[in-house]
Design a protein around this ligand. Sequence first.
Ligand code: FMN
Ligand code: PLP
Length: 180
Amino acid sequence: MREAEAHEPNDPNAMALATATPDGRPSVRTILLKGADRRGFVFYTNLESRKGEELEANPQAALLFHWKSLRRQIRIEGPVERVSDEEADRYFASRSRNSRLGAIASDQSRPLPDRAIFEHRIAEATARYEGQEPPRPPNWSGFRVIPQIIEFWQDRPYRMHDRATWTREGEGWDVTRLYP
Ligand SMILES: Cc1cc2nc3c(=O)[nH]c(=O)nc-3n(C[C@H](O)[C@H](O)[C@H](O)COP(=O)(O)O)c2cc1C
Ligand SMILES: Cc1ncc(COP(=O)(O)O)c(C=O)c1O
């Protein structure tokens, strides 16, 4: 990630998030990585969005980074858990005031008949929380993807790439090289 931060033109923390319905219909969208440690990879979103509902019904996900400037790809797969309310509150409080008001005003992934309705809801939230800290909406929180498999891919000439897959084995990781 440090190398991506130094080389990518923008959003080095942008990644694709794949989810699926319980009957196996997949969907994918871009999100931002907001935390990574030994426990897993954290992102924030609206819990009633399409991804939020799919993760509620089927708490399994896959993440993908493609850092074009580095010609590198990382794939991550595993079950997800919700972050604690305290962790979500802390991250929400770190966001700009306007981003917090936007999260309050947005019914993410629901039909919006007219942009003016969203702008009106933002104006309402702005007026309502004047002089106060806008609180985290109960339907806005974070998920942690707990990695079971991580694959690193590095471009090499003539498609003779380097691939290595790390699979969780108890407390450690089994590392296996794969053909490109
Ligand atoms: C670069 C980029 C970063 C994004 N980051 C997030 C994010 O961190 N959280 C989020 O809810 N949506 C984010 N979005 C918007 C999502 O891609 C998506 O449009 C939205 O979350 C609704 O997805 P859904 O209907 O599948 O739930 C981002 C979009 C882009 C292009
Ligand atoms: C709707 C939405 N929510 C959340 C995020 C996460 O980023 P931030 O907390 O920095 O706004 C994004 C980033 O693009 C976004 O589009």
